[in-house]
Design a binder for this molecule. Structure first.
Ligand SMILES: Nc1ncnc2c1ncn2[C@@H]1O[C@H](COP(=O)(O)OP(=O)(O)OP(=O)(O)O)[C@@H](O)[C@H]1O
Length: 597
Protein backbone atom coordinates (compact mmCIF):
# COMPACT_ATOMS: atom_id res chain seq x y z
CA UNK A 1 0.00 0.00 0.00
CA UNK A 2 1.27 3.46 -0.89
CA UNK A 3 1.69 5.91 1.97
CA UNK A 4 -0.21 9.02 1.00
CA UNK A 5 0.82 12.51 2.04
CA UNK A 6 -1.72 15.05 3.20
CA UNK A 7 -1.70 17.88 0.70
CA UNK A 8 -2.28 21.46 1.78
CA UNK A 9 -5.84 22.53 1.00
CA UNK A 10 -4.53 25.94 -0.14
CA UNK A 11 -2.29 24.33 -2.75
CA UNK A 12 -5.07 22.07 -4.03
CA UNK A 13 -7.46 25.01 -4.38
CA UNK A 14 -4.77 27.02 -6.15
CA UNK A 15 -4.28 24.20 -8.67
CA UNK A 16 -8.01 24.14 -9.33
CA UNK A 17 -8.03 27.92 -9.78
CA UNK A 18 -5.23 27.62 -12.33
CA UNK A 19 -7.25 25.14 -14.38
CA UNK A 20 -9.59 27.84 -15.77
CA UNK A 21 -7.76 31.09 -14.95
CA UNK A 22 -9.67 33.32 -17.38
CA UNK A 23 -13.01 32.16 -16.09
CA UNK A 24 -11.83 32.45 -12.50
CA UNK A 25 -10.46 35.97 -12.84
CA UNK A 26 -13.48 37.18 -14.85
CA UNK A 27 -15.67 35.83 -12.10
CA UNK A 28 -13.42 37.43 -9.48
CA UNK A 29 -13.61 40.78 -11.29
CA UNK A 30 -17.39 40.60 -11.38
CA UNK A 31 -17.40 39.57 -7.74
CA UNK A 32 -15.25 42.60 -6.98
CA UNK A 33 -17.96 44.71 -8.62
CA UNK A 34 -20.74 42.88 -6.78
CA UNK A 35 -18.92 43.31 -3.48
CA UNK A 36 -17.48 46.75 -4.28
CA UNK A 37 -20.47 48.61 -5.65
CA UNK A 38 -22.24 48.63 -2.26
CA UNK A 39 -19.26 50.66 -0.98
CA UNK A 40 -20.34 53.62 -3.10
CA UNK A 41 -23.71 54.27 -1.43
CA UNK A 42 -21.80 54.67 1.86
CA UNK A 43 -19.78 57.53 0.44
CA UNK A 44 -22.87 59.00 -1.17
CA UNK A 45 -24.76 58.78 2.12
CA UNK A 46 -21.96 60.59 3.94
CA UNK A 47 -21.94 63.42 1.41
CA UNK A 48 -25.72 63.54 1.44
CA UNK A 49 -25.91 63.91 5.23
CA UNK A 50 -23.02 66.33 5.39
CA UNK A 51 -24.75 68.43 2.73
CA UNK A 52 -28.04 68.15 4.63
CA UNK A 53 -26.40 69.36 7.88
CA UNK A 54 -24.44 71.96 5.92
CA UNK A 55 -21.13 70.42 6.93
CA UNK A 56 -20.04 70.27 3.31
CA UNK A 57 -20.90 72.31 0.21
CA UNK A 58 -23.93 71.35 -1.89
CA UNK A 59 -22.98 69.09 -4.82
CA UNK A 60 -26.23 67.66 -6.18
CA UNK A 61 -29.89 68.52 -6.14
CA UNK A 62 -32.35 66.01 -4.59
CA UNK A 63 -32.98 64.52 -8.08
CA UNK A 64 -29.24 64.27 -8.60
CA UNK A 65 -28.85 62.16 -5.44
CA UNK A 66 -31.76 59.92 -6.48
CA UNK A 67 -30.28 59.46 -9.97
CA UNK A 68 -26.90 58.59 -8.45
CA UNK A 69 -28.45 55.98 -6.16
CA UNK A 70 -30.41 54.49 -9.05
CA UNK A 71 -27.35 54.32 -11.29
CA UNK A 72 -25.42 52.46 -8.58
CA UNK A 73 -28.38 50.10 -8.09
CA UNK A 74 -28.63 49.32 -11.82
CA UNK A 75 -24.87 48.74 -12.08
CA UNK A 76 -25.17 46.34 -9.15
CA UNK A 77 -27.98 44.39 -10.84
CA UNK A 78 -25.98 44.05 -14.06
CA UNK A 79 -22.90 42.88 -12.13
CA UNK A 80 -24.97 40.33 -10.20
CA UNK A 81 -26.53 38.88 -13.38
CA UNK A 82 -23.16 38.60 -15.14
CA UNK A 83 -21.57 37.28 -11.95
CA UNK A 84 -24.19 34.55 -11.66
CA UNK A 85 -23.50 33.42 -15.23
CA UNK A 86 -19.73 33.20 -14.75
CA UNK A 87 -20.11 31.68 -11.31
CA UNK A 88 -22.37 28.89 -12.61
CA UNK A 89 -19.94 28.13 -15.43
CA UNK A 90 -17.01 28.15 -13.02
CA UNK A 91 -18.79 25.97 -10.49
CA UNK A 92 -19.70 23.46 -13.17
CA UNK A 93 -16.14 23.40 -14.49
CA UNK A 94 -14.62 22.79 -11.06
CA UNK A 95 -17.12 20.06 -10.21
CA UNK A 96 -16.60 18.37 -13.58
CA UNK A 97 -12.81 18.42 -13.24
CA UNK A 98 -12.95 16.78 -9.83
CA UNK A 99 -15.45 14.17 -11.05
CA UNK A 100 -13.44 13.56 -14.22
CA UNK A 101 -10.21 13.01 -12.29
CA UNK A 102 -11.91 10.81 -9.73
CA UNK A 103 -13.42 8.64 -12.46
CA UNK A 104 -10.09 8.54 -14.31
CA UNK A 105 -8.28 7.30 -11.22
CA UNK A 106 -11.02 4.76 -10.49
CA UNK A 107 -10.76 3.42 -14.04
CA UNK A 108 -7.03 2.92 -13.54
CA UNK A 109 -7.88 0.59 -10.70
CA UNK A 110 -7.49 -3.08 -11.71
CA UNK A 111 -10.93 -3.93 -13.15
CA UNK A 112 -11.58 -7.08 -11.13
CA UNK A 113 -10.20 -5.85 -7.81
CA UNK A 114 -12.66 -4.62 -5.19
CA UNK A 115 -12.56 -0.94 -4.33
CA UNK A 116 -11.44 -0.26 -0.80
CA UNK A 117 -10.96 2.79 1.36
CA UNK A 118 -7.23 2.95 2.00
CA UNK A 119 -7.15 -0.76 1.07
CA UNK A 120 -9.03 -1.76 4.21
CA UNK A 121 -12.83 -1.84 4.04
CA UNK A 122 -14.40 -2.85 0.73
CA UNK A 123 -16.59 -0.22 -0.83
CA UNK A 124 -19.52 -0.84 -3.19
CA UNK A 125 -20.21 1.07 -6.45
CA UNK A 126 -23.27 2.66 -4.82
CA UNK A 127 -21.09 4.04 -2.02
CA UNK A 128 -18.73 5.56 -4.57
CA UNK A 129 -21.62 7.75 -5.80
CA UNK A 130 -21.43 9.87 -2.65
CA UNK A 131 -17.85 10.86 -3.56
CA UNK A 132 -19.01 12.10 -6.95
CA UNK A 133 -21.92 14.00 -5.47
CA UNK A 134 -21.25 15.37 -1.98
CA UNK A 135 -17.47 15.48 -1.92
CA UNK A 136 -17.10 16.97 -5.39
CA UNK A 137 -19.66 19.71 -4.67
CA UNK A 138 -18.03 20.45 -1.32
CA UNK A 139 -14.75 21.20 -3.08
CA UNK A 140 -16.61 23.17 -5.76
CA UNK A 141 -18.13 25.39 -3.03
CA UNK A 142 -14.71 25.91 -1.55
CA UNK A 143 -12.92 26.89 -4.74
CA UNK A 144 -15.59 29.34 -5.89
CA UNK A 145 -15.72 30.69 -2.34
CA UNK A 146 -12.14 31.93 -2.73
CA UNK A 147 -13.06 34.70 -5.14
CA UNK A 148 -16.00 35.72 -3.00
CA UNK A 149 -13.62 36.03 -0.05
CA UNK A 150 -11.24 37.94 -2.29
CA UNK A 151 -13.96 40.27 -3.62
CA UNK A 152 -15.51 40.91 -0.24
CA UNK A 153 -12.05 41.11 1.38
CA UNK A 154 -10.63 43.81 -0.88
CA UNK A 155 -13.52 46.15 -0.17
CA UNK A 156 -13.80 45.22 3.47
CA UNK A 157 -10.14 46.22 3.87
CA UNK A 158 -10.78 49.40 1.88
CA UNK A 159 -13.76 50.19 4.09
CA UNK A 160 -11.72 49.41 7.20
CA UNK A 161 -8.97 51.81 6.13
CA UNK A 162 -11.56 54.50 5.53
CA UNK A 163 -13.06 53.91 8.96
CA UNK A 164 -9.59 54.01 10.51
CA UNK A 165 -9.03 57.39 8.94
CA UNK A 166 -12.32 58.59 10.43
CA UNK A 167 -11.80 57.22 13.95
CA UNK A 168 -8.99 54.77 14.68
CA UNK A 169 -9.93 53.87 18.25
CA UNK A 170 -13.49 52.92 17.50
CA UNK A 171 -12.48 51.06 14.33
CA UNK A 172 -10.00 48.89 16.22
CA UNK A 173 -12.95 47.37 18.04
CA UNK A 174 -13.87 45.82 14.72
CA UNK A 175 -10.94 43.44 15.13
CA UNK A 176 -12.22 42.12 18.40
CA UNK A 177 -14.84 39.79 16.86
CA UNK A 178 -12.23 38.62 14.35
CA UNK A 179 -9.92 37.51 17.14
CA UNK A 180 -12.79 35.71 18.86
CA UNK A 181 -13.82 33.99 15.61
CA UNK A 182 -10.24 32.79 15.09
CA UNK A 183 -10.13 31.41 18.64
CA UNK A 184 -13.46 29.56 18.21
CA UNK A 185 -12.40 28.10 14.85
CA UNK A 186 -9.10 26.93 16.24
CA UNK A 187 -10.88 25.22 19.14
CA UNK A 188 -13.50 23.43 17.09
CA UNK A 189 -11.65 22.71 13.84
CA UNK A 190 -10.99 19.08 14.83
CA UNK A 191 -14.64 18.64 15.66
CA UNK A 192 -15.70 20.19 12.32
CA UNK A 193 -13.59 17.61 10.49
CA UNK A 194 -14.71 14.72 12.68
CA UNK A 195 -18.40 15.47 12.22
CA UNK A 196 -17.98 16.01 8.49
CA UNK A 197 -16.10 12.71 8.13
CA UNK A 198 -18.83 10.86 10.03
CA UNK A 199 -21.65 12.39 7.98
CA UNK A 200 -19.90 11.63 4.68
CA UNK A 201 -19.27 8.07 5.81
CA UNK A 202 -22.94 7.64 6.77
CA UNK A 203 -24.11 9.07 3.42
CA UNK A 204 -21.73 6.71 1.64
CA UNK A 205 -23.29 3.75 3.41
CA UNK A 206 -26.81 4.84 2.51
CA UNK A 207 -26.01 5.34 -1.20
CA UNK A 208 -24.19 2.00 -1.16
CA UNK A 209 -27.21 0.25 0.26
CA UNK A 210 -29.53 1.91 -2.29
CA UNK A 211 -27.22 0.65 -5.08
CA UNK A 212 -27.13 -2.88 -3.67
CA UNK A 213 -30.90 -3.03 -3.15
CA UNK A 214 -31.54 -1.98 -6.75
CA UNK A 215 -29.18 -4.57 -8.16
CA UNK A 216 -30.51 -7.33 -5.93
CA UNK A 217 -34.28 -6.74 -6.08
CA UNK A 218 -34.94 -10.27 -7.29
CA UNK A 219 -32.65 -11.88 -4.71
CA UNK A 220 -34.34 -9.92 -1.91
CA UNK A 221 -37.81 -10.92 -3.11
CA UNK A 222 -36.89 -14.57 -3.61
CA UNK A 223 -35.46 -14.74 -0.10
CA UNK A 224 -38.54 -12.92 1.30
CA UNK A 225 -36.10 -10.53 2.92
CA UNK A 226 -37.89 -7.24 2.17
CA UNK A 227 -38.64 -6.46 5.80
CA UNK A 228 -35.16 -7.13 7.16
CA UNK A 229 -33.48 -5.34 4.25
CA UNK A 230 -35.71 -2.31 4.83
CA UNK A 231 -35.01 -2.44 8.55
CA UNK A 232 -31.29 -2.36 7.86
CA UNK A 233 -31.78 0.48 5.39
CA UNK A 234 -33.80 2.40 7.98
CA UNK A 235 -31.02 1.90 10.50
CA UNK A 236 -28.43 3.29 8.08
CA UNK A 237 -30.71 6.25 7.31
CA UNK A 238 -31.08 6.90 11.04
CA UNK A 239 -27.33 6.87 11.51
CA UNK A 240 -27.00 9.25 8.59
CA UNK A 241 -29.67 11.55 9.98
CA UNK A 242 -27.95 11.69 13.36
CA UNK A 243 -24.51 12.38 11.99
CA UNK A 244 -25.79 14.98 9.51
CA UNK A 245 -27.77 16.75 12.21
CA UNK A 246 -24.59 16.96 14.31
CA UNK A 247 -22.57 18.20 11.35
CA UNK A 248 -25.15 20.76 10.25
CA UNK A 249 -25.86 21.84 13.81
CA UNK A 250 -22.20 22.58 14.41
CA UNK A 251 -22.00 24.56 11.16
CA UNK A 252 -25.18 26.48 12.06
CA UNK A 253 -23.93 27.16 15.62
CA UNK A 254 -20.66 28.47 14.22
CA UNK A 255 -22.43 30.67 11.67
CA UNK A 256 -24.84 32.10 14.18
CA UNK A 257 -22.03 32.59 16.76
CA UNK A 258 -20.08 34.54 14.19
CA UNK A 259 -23.12 36.64 13.29
CA UNK A 260 -24.00 37.32 16.92
CA UNK A 261 -20.44 38.14 17.90
CA UNK A 262 -20.33 40.56 15.06
CA UNK A 263 -23.68 42.11 15.87
CA UNK A 264 -22.69 42.55 19.53
CA UNK A 265 -19.40 44.13 18.48
CA UNK A 266 -21.20 46.36 16.05
CA UNK A 267 -23.66 47.49 18.73
CA UNK A 268 -20.84 48.35 21.12
CA UNK A 269 -18.92 50.26 18.47
CA UNK A 270 -21.95 52.28 17.48
CA UNK A 271 -22.64 53.05 21.12
CA UNK A 272 -19.12 54.43 21.55
CA UNK A 273 -19.32 56.28 18.26
CA UNK A 274 -22.58 58.00 19.31
CA UNK A 275 -21.01 58.90 22.70
CA UNK A 276 -17.98 60.36 21.01
CA UNK A 277 -20.20 62.33 18.65
CA UNK A 278 -22.12 63.84 21.53
CA UNK A 279 -19.16 64.62 23.78
CA UNK A 280 -16.27 65.63 21.55
CA UNK A 281 -18.01 66.32 18.25
CA UNK A 282 -15.11 64.55 16.49
CA UNK A 283 -17.59 62.66 14.30
CA UNK A 284 -19.83 64.49 11.85
CA UNK A 285 -23.36 63.17 11.13
CA UNK A 286 -22.10 62.03 7.73
CA UNK A 287 -19.14 60.22 9.34
CA UNK A 288 -21.52 58.48 11.73
CA UNK A 289 -23.76 57.40 8.81
CA UNK A 290 -20.63 56.13 7.01
CA UNK A 291 -19.66 54.20 10.12
CA UNK A 292 -23.07 52.57 10.37
CA UNK A 293 -23.02 51.62 6.69
CA UNK A 294 -19.43 50.31 6.46
CA UNK A 295 -19.37 48.61 9.78
CA UNK A 296 -22.01 46.16 8.60
CA UNK A 297 -19.96 45.68 5.48
CA UNK A 298 -16.71 44.91 7.28
CA UNK A 299 -18.30 42.75 9.94
CA UNK A 300 -20.26 40.75 7.35
CA UNK A 301 -16.93 39.94 5.74
CA UNK A 302 -15.48 38.77 9.05
CA UNK A 303 -18.37 36.34 9.50
CA UNK A 304 -18.02 35.20 5.90
CA UNK A 305 -14.30 34.61 6.39
CA UNK A 306 -15.02 32.45 9.44
CA UNK A 307 -17.49 30.36 7.40
CA UNK A 308 -14.96 30.03 4.57
CA UNK A 309 -12.28 28.70 6.92
CA UNK A 310 -14.76 26.13 8.27
CA UNK A 311 -15.64 25.19 4.67
CA UNK A 312 -11.94 24.65 3.90
CA UNK A 313 -11.68 22.26 6.84
CA UNK A 314 -14.63 20.30 5.44
CA UNK A 315 -13.01 20.23 1.98
CA UNK A 316 -9.87 18.80 3.54
CA UNK A 317 -12.04 15.88 4.66
CA UNK A 318 -13.39 15.45 1.12
CA UNK A 319 -9.89 15.38 -0.35
CA UNK A 320 -8.71 12.92 2.30
CA UNK A 321 -11.64 10.61 1.54
CA UNK A 322 -11.10 10.70 -2.21
CA UNK A 323 -7.37 10.20 -1.75
CA UNK A 324 -8.06 7.09 0.31
CA UNK A 325 -10.54 5.80 -2.30
CA UNK A 326 -8.25 6.10 -5.30
CA UNK A 327 -5.11 5.33 -3.28
CA UNK A 328 -3.25 8.18 -4.96
CA UNK A 329 -2.03 11.61 -3.91
CA UNK A 330 -4.75 14.28 -3.71
CA UNK A 331 -2.77 16.26 -6.33
CA UNK A 332 -3.94 13.75 -8.96
CA UNK A 333 -7.52 14.85 -8.31
CA UNK A 334 -6.80 18.42 -9.36
CA UNK A 335 -4.63 17.64 -12.40
CA UNK A 336 -5.61 19.56 -15.55
CA UNK A 337 -7.36 17.47 -18.21
CA UNK A 338 -9.63 18.55 -21.09
CA UNK A 339 -13.34 18.49 -20.19
CA UNK A 340 -14.98 19.46 -23.52
CA UNK A 341 -17.62 21.59 -21.78
CA UNK A 342 -19.50 24.31 -23.73
CA UNK A 343 -17.89 27.72 -23.17
CA UNK A 344 -19.61 30.85 -21.84
CA UNK A 345 -20.33 31.93 -25.40
CA UNK A 346 -21.99 28.57 -26.09
CA UNK A 347 -19.12 27.20 -28.21
CA UNK A 348 -18.99 23.42 -27.93
CA UNK A 349 -15.71 21.55 -28.24
CA UNK A 350 -15.75 18.35 -30.22
CA UNK A 351 -15.31 15.23 -28.15
CA UNK A 352 -12.34 13.27 -29.48
CA UNK A 353 -13.19 10.08 -31.34
CA UNK A 354 -11.97 7.10 -29.27
CA UNK A 355 -8.58 5.98 -30.48
CA UNK A 356 -8.82 2.85 -32.58
CA UNK A 357 -5.53 1.07 -32.75
CA UNK A 358 -6.05 -0.80 -35.96
CA UNK A 359 -2.69 -2.49 -35.86
CA UNK A 360 -0.57 -4.02 -33.15
CA UNK A 361 2.32 -6.37 -32.77
CA UNK A 362 1.15 -9.72 -34.14
CA UNK A 363 1.15 -12.29 -31.34
CA UNK A 364 3.75 -15.01 -31.86
CA UNK A 365 4.00 -16.26 -28.29
CA UNK A 366 2.59 -15.21 -24.95
CA UNK A 367 4.41 -16.39 -21.83
CA UNK A 368 3.52 -16.07 -18.19
CA UNK A 369 6.18 -16.97 -15.66
CA UNK A 370 5.42 -17.74 -12.02
CA UNK A 371 2.32 -15.60 -11.74
CA UNK A 372 0.97 -15.26 -8.22
CA UNK A 373 -1.95 -13.39 -6.76
CA UNK A 374 -3.74 -13.97 -3.47
CA UNK A 375 -6.89 -12.14 -2.49
CA UNK A 376 -6.50 -9.69 0.41
CA UNK A 377 -6.47 -11.42 3.78
CA UNK A 378 -6.72 -14.90 2.23
CA UNK A 379 -4.52 -17.68 0.90
CA UNK A 380 -6.62 -18.36 -2.20
CA UNK A 381 -5.95 -17.06 -5.69
CA UNK A 382 -3.15 -18.41 -7.90
CA UNK A 383 0.37 -19.51 -6.96
CA UNK A 384 3.40 -19.71 -9.28
CA UNK A 385 1.53 -20.29 -12.52
CA UNK A 386 3.54 -20.46 -15.73
CA UNK A 387 2.10 -21.01 -19.19
CA UNK A 388 2.90 -20.42 -22.83
CA UNK A 389 0.50 -19.77 -25.73
CA UNK A 390 1.72 -20.10 -29.31
CA UNK A 391 0.20 -18.14 -32.21
CA UNK A 392 -3.11 -19.64 -33.39
CA UNK A 393 -3.24 -22.19 -30.56
CA UNK A 394 -6.28 -23.20 -28.53
CA UNK A 395 -5.62 -23.54 -24.80
CA UNK A 396 -8.16 -24.65 -22.21
CA UNK A 397 -7.87 -23.96 -18.49
CA UNK A 398 -9.87 -26.40 -16.44
CA UNK A 399 -10.08 -27.54 -12.84
CA UNK A 400 -12.40 -27.91 -9.89
CA UNK A 401 -14.66 -25.13 -8.65
CA UNK A 402 -12.70 -22.37 -6.95
CA UNK A 403 -9.34 -23.70 -8.17
CA UNK A 404 -8.32 -20.27 -9.52
CA UNK A 405 -9.25 -20.40 -13.25
CA UNK A 406 -10.94 -16.99 -13.40
CA UNK A 407 -8.27 -15.48 -11.19
CA UNK A 408 -5.59 -16.71 -13.59
CA UNK A 409 -7.29 -15.07 -16.59
CA UNK A 410 -7.76 -11.84 -14.67
CA UNK A 411 -4.17 -11.66 -13.48
CA UNK A 412 -2.91 -12.42 -16.97
CA UNK A 413 -5.02 -9.59 -18.41
CA UNK A 414 -4.12 -7.13 -15.65
CA UNK A 415 -7.64 -7.06 -14.21
CA UNK A 416 -6.05 -8.15 -10.95
CA UNK A 417 -2.57 -6.90 -10.08
CA UNK A 418 0.02 -9.73 -10.11
CA UNK A 419 1.91 -9.92 -6.85
CA UNK A 420 4.86 -11.68 -8.45
CA UNK A 421 5.77 -13.08 -11.84
CA UNK A 422 6.28 -11.81 -15.34
CA UNK A 423 4.26 -11.68 -18.56
CA UNK A 424 6.01 -11.61 -21.95
CA UNK A 425 4.43 -10.80 -25.32
CA UNK A 426 6.74 -12.01 -28.11
CA UNK A 427 9.55 -12.06 -25.54
CA UNK A 428 8.96 -8.48 -24.37
CA UNK A 429 8.03 -7.96 -20.72
CA UNK A 430 4.67 -6.27 -20.24
CA UNK A 431 4.98 -3.75 -17.44
CA UNK A 432 1.33 -2.70 -17.30
CA UNK A 433 -0.86 -5.63 -18.41
CA UNK A 434 -4.10 -3.68 -17.74
CA UNK A 435 -3.17 -1.06 -20.34
CA UNK A 436 -1.63 -3.60 -22.71
CA UNK A 437 -4.25 -6.34 -22.91
CA UNK A 438 -6.93 -4.37 -24.72
CA UNK A 439 -8.14 -4.61 -28.33
CA UNK A 440 -6.71 -5.11 -30.84
CA UNK A 441 -4.18 -7.09 -28.80
CA UNK A 442 -6.69 -8.99 -26.74
CA UNK A 443 -10.35 -9.12 -25.75
CA UNK A 444 -12.10 -10.92 -22.92
CA UNK A 445 -15.59 -12.22 -22.19
CA UNK A 446 -16.08 -12.79 -18.49
CA UNK A 447 -18.57 -15.17 -16.86
CA UNK A 448 -20.86 -12.23 -16.11
CA UNK A 449 -20.18 -9.61 -18.79
CA UNK A 450 -21.32 -6.03 -18.40
CA UNK A 451 -23.71 -4.57 -20.95
CA UNK A 452 -25.06 -1.04 -21.05
CA UNK A 453 -28.58 0.28 -21.14
CA UNK A 454 -28.56 1.16 -24.82
CA UNK A 455 -29.09 -0.52 -28.20
CA UNK A 456 -27.63 -3.86 -29.20
CA UNK A 457 -25.53 -2.16 -31.89
CA UNK A 458 -23.99 0.33 -29.46
CA UNK A 459 -23.26 -2.44 -26.96
CA UNK A 460 -21.28 -4.30 -29.58
CA UNK A 461 -19.51 -1.31 -31.09
CA UNK A 462 -18.83 0.73 -27.92
CA UNK A 463 -17.68 3.63 -30.08
CA UNK A 464 -15.94 1.54 -32.76
CA UNK A 465 -16.54 2.83 -36.30
CA UNK A 466 -17.83 -0.25 -38.15
CA UNK A 467 -20.85 -0.68 -40.39
CA UNK A 468 -23.84 -2.97 -39.80
CA UNK A 469 -22.47 -5.68 -42.14
CA UNK A 470 -19.50 -6.12 -39.83
CA UNK A 471 -21.72 -6.01 -36.74
CA UNK A 472 -23.93 -8.73 -38.23
CA UNK A 473 -20.89 -10.85 -39.13
CA UNK A 474 -19.64 -10.65 -35.52
CA UNK A 475 -23.13 -11.51 -34.26
CA UNK A 476 -23.26 -14.58 -36.51
CA UNK A 477 -19.81 -15.63 -35.35
CA UNK A 478 -20.90 -15.30 -31.72
CA UNK A 479 -23.96 -17.49 -32.51
CA UNK A 480 -26.37 -14.68 -31.69
CA UNK A 481 -27.93 -14.44 -35.19
CA UNK A 482 -30.94 -16.60 -34.35
CA UNK A 483 -31.70 -14.52 -31.27
CA UNK A 484 -31.39 -11.34 -33.32
CA UNK A 485 -33.87 -12.65 -35.88
CA UNK A 486 -36.51 -12.80 -33.09
CA UNK A 487 -35.99 -9.15 -32.16
CA UNK A 488 -38.37 -6.85 -34.07
CA UNK A 489 -36.05 -3.83 -33.72
CA UNK A 490 -32.96 -5.76 -34.81
CA UNK A 491 -29.70 -3.99 -33.97
CA UNK A 492 -31.69 -1.05 -32.58
CA UNK A 493 -33.20 -3.26 -29.85
CA UNK A 494 -32.85 -1.60 -26.47
CA UNK A 495 -31.54 -4.23 -24.11
CA UNK A 496 -32.56 -2.52 -20.86
CA UNK A 497 -30.54 -1.66 -17.80
CA UNK A 498 -27.35 -3.74 -17.95
CA UNK A 499 -29.01 -6.11 -20.44
CA UNK A 500 -32.01 -6.91 -18.22
CA UNK A 501 -34.10 -7.86 -21.27
CA UNK A 502 -31.65 -10.58 -22.29
CA UNK A 503 -31.01 -14.00 -20.79
CA UNK A 504 -27.66 -14.73 -19.13
CA UNK A 505 -26.56 -16.75 -22.18
CA UNK A 506 -27.62 -13.99 -24.58
CA UNK A 507 -25.65 -11.45 -22.58
CA UNK A 508 -22.54 -13.62 -22.90
CA UNK A 509 -23.04 -14.03 -26.65
CA UNK A 510 -23.50 -10.27 -27.16
CA UNK A 511 -20.30 -9.77 -25.17
CA UNK A 512 -18.61 -12.37 -27.38
CA UNK A 513 -19.77 -10.46 -30.50
CA UNK A 514 -18.32 -7.31 -28.93
CA UNK A 515 -14.91 -8.96 -28.64
CA UNK A 516 -15.02 -10.71 -32.03
CA UNK A 517 -15.79 -7.55 -34.02
CA UNK A 518 -12.49 -6.14 -32.76
CA UNK A 519 -10.58 -9.08 -34.27
CA UNK A 520 -8.00 -9.22 -31.48
CA UNK A 521 -4.84 -11.28 -31.56
CA UNK A 522 -5.77 -13.02 -28.31
CA UNK A 523 -9.34 -14.15 -27.51
CA UNK A 524 -10.06 -14.97 -23.88
CA UNK A 525 -13.38 -16.57 -22.86
CA UNK A 526 -14.32 -17.43 -19.30
CA UNK A 527 -16.67 -20.41 -19.48
CA UNK A 528 -19.23 -20.09 -22.26
CA UNK A 529 -21.20 -23.11 -21.01
CA UNK A 530 -24.13 -20.98 -19.82
CA UNK A 531 -24.16 -19.05 -23.12
CA UNK A 532 -24.08 -21.98 -25.52
CA UNK A 533 -25.19 -25.58 -25.55
CA UNK A 534 -22.60 -28.18 -26.50
CA UNK A 535 -23.60 -28.26 -30.15
CA UNK A 536 -23.68 -24.48 -30.63
CA UNK A 537 -20.37 -24.07 -28.84
CA UNK A 538 -18.83 -26.62 -31.21
CA UNK A 539 -20.08 -24.53 -34.11
CA UNK A 540 -18.55 -21.40 -32.61
CA UNK A 541 -15.09 -22.99 -32.32
CA UNK A 542 -15.33 -24.51 -35.80
CA UNK A 543 -16.21 -21.12 -37.26
CA UNK A 544 -13.36 -19.46 -35.40
CA UNK A 545 -10.82 -22.01 -36.62
CA UNK A 546 -12.08 -21.78 -40.20
CA UNK A 547 -11.57 -18.03 -39.97
CA UNK A 548 -7.85 -18.36 -39.41
CA UNK A 549 -6.23 -16.40 -42.20
CA UNK A 550 -3.03 -14.45 -42.72
CA UNK A 551 -4.86 -11.30 -41.55
CA UNK A 552 -6.55 -12.79 -38.50
CA UNK A 553 -5.35 -15.93 -36.85
CA UNK A 554 -6.45 -15.54 -33.23
CA UNK A 555 -4.85 -17.32 -30.31
CA UNK A 556 -7.56 -18.60 -28.00
CA UNK A 557 -7.53 -19.09 -24.25
CA UNK A 558 -10.67 -20.40 -22.57
CA UNK A 559 -11.86 -21.63 -19.23
CA UNK A 560 -14.06 -24.68 -19.72
CA UNK A 561 -15.19 -27.93 -18.14
CA UNK A 562 -16.64 -29.31 -21.37
CA UNK A 563 -15.18 -32.47 -22.74
CA UNK A 564 -16.01 -31.41 -26.32
CA UNK A 565 -13.99 -28.23 -25.83
CA UNK A 566 -11.07 -29.98 -24.13
CA UNK A 567 -10.90 -32.52 -26.92
CA UNK A 568 -10.22 -29.70 -29.37
CA UNK A 569 -7.53 -28.11 -27.21
CA UNK A 570 -3.88 -28.01 -28.25
CA UNK A 571 -3.00 -27.68 -24.60
CA UNK A 572 -4.91 -28.11 -21.35
CA UNK A 573 -3.91 -26.59 -18.04
CA UNK A 574 -5.48 -28.30 -15.05
CA UNK A 575 -5.63 -26.20 -11.89
CA UNK A 576 -6.09 -27.47 -8.37
CA UNK A 577 -6.10 -25.30 -5.26
CA UNK A 578 -4.49 -22.29 -6.91
CA UNK A 579 -1.67 -24.27 -8.60
CA UNK A 580 -1.12 -26.12 -11.87
CA UNK A 581 -1.71 -29.80 -11.23
CA UNK A 582 -1.16 -31.00 -14.76
CA UNK A 583 -0.37 -29.62 -18.18
CA UNK A 584 -0.89 -31.62 -21.35
CA UNK A 585 -3.55 -32.74 -23.82
CA UNK A 586 -6.95 -34.35 -23.38
CA UNK A 587 -5.36 -37.77 -23.30
CA UNK A 588 -3.29 -36.78 -20.25
CA UNK A 589 -6.28 -35.74 -18.13
CA UNK A 590 -7.43 -37.85 -15.15
CA UNK A 591 -10.70 -39.63 -15.87
CA UNK A 592 -12.66 -37.37 -13.47
CA UNK A 593 -12.22 -34.55 -15.99
CA UNK A 594 -12.98 -36.45 -19.16
CA UNK A 595 -16.61 -37.36 -18.53
CA UNK A 596 -18.93 -35.96 -21.20
CA UNK A 597 -20.88 -32.83 -20.11
N1 LIG B 1 -12.92 -11.12 -4.75
C1 LIG B 1 -12.52 -12.18 -4.07
N2 LIG B 1 -12.12 -12.04 -2.80
C2 LIG B 1 -11.69 -13.11 -2.09
N3 LIG B 1 -11.63 -14.36 -2.58
C3 LIG B 1 -12.03 -14.56 -3.84
C4 LIG B 1 -12.49 -13.50 -4.66
N4 LIG B 1 -12.81 -13.98 -5.88
C5 LIG B 1 -12.57 -15.30 -5.82
N5 LIG B 1 -12.10 -15.65 -4.61
C6 LIG B 1 -11.70 -16.98 -4.16
O1 LIG B 1 -10.55 -17.36 -4.92
C7 LIG B 1 -10.61 -18.71 -5.29
C8 LIG B 1 -10.45 -18.85 -6.79
O2 LIG B 1 -11.57 -18.20 -7.39
P1 LIG B 1 -11.80 -18.28 -8.96
O3 LIG B 1 -13.03 -17.49 -9.27
O4 LIG B 1 -10.56 -17.94 -9.65
O5 LIG B 1 -12.09 -19.83 -9.14
P2 LIG B 1 -12.61 -20.61 -10.41
O6 LIG B 1 -11.71 -21.78 -10.56
O7 LIG B 1 -12.73 -19.71 -11.58
O8 LIG B 1 -14.03 -21.05 -9.90
P3 LIG B 1 -15.38 -21.38 -10.74
O9 LIG B 1 -15.15 -22.69 -11.44
O10 LIG B 1 -16.42 -21.47 -9.69
O11 LIG B 1 -15.59 -20.23 -11.69
C9 LIG B 1 -11.92 -19.23 -4.75
O12 LIG B 1 -11.65 -19.90 -3.53
C10 LIG B 1 -12.75 -18.01 -4.49
O13 LIG B 1 -13.59 -18.20 -3.40
Amino acid sequence: MTTLRRASIGLLLWKLIRYAPRLYWTDTLLWLCIAGLPVLPGLVIREFFNQLTQQSPSVFSAQGWIALFLAIGVAQIVAIILGRITKTQHRFTMNSLIQHNLLRKLLEHPGAESLTMARAETISPGEVMSFFREDASQIEDNVVGTNEVLGEGVFAIGALLLLLSVNATITLFVFLPLVLIAVILHRVSDRIKRYRRASRQATQQVTGMVGEMFTAVQAIQVAGAEKSVLAHFRQLCDQRRQSIVKDQLLTAILDSSFDNLISLGTGAILFFAAQSMRSSQTLSVGDFALFVYYLAYVTYFLGFLGGFVALSKQSEVSFERMQALVNAEAQTLVEPHPLYLPTLTGRKSQLPVPRQDETCDRLEALRAINLSYHYPNSKVGITNISLELQRGSFTVITGSIGSGKTTLLQVLLGLLPMQSGEILWNGQTISDPAQFFVPPRSAYTSQVPQLFSTSLRENILLGLQKDDTEVLAAIALAMFDRDLAMMPDGLDTQIGSRGMRLSGGQIQRVAAARMLIRQPELLVFDDLSSALDVETEQKLWSKLFQLSSPTWNPTILVVSHRRSVMERADRIILLHESRIELEGTFADLPSAYTKPL
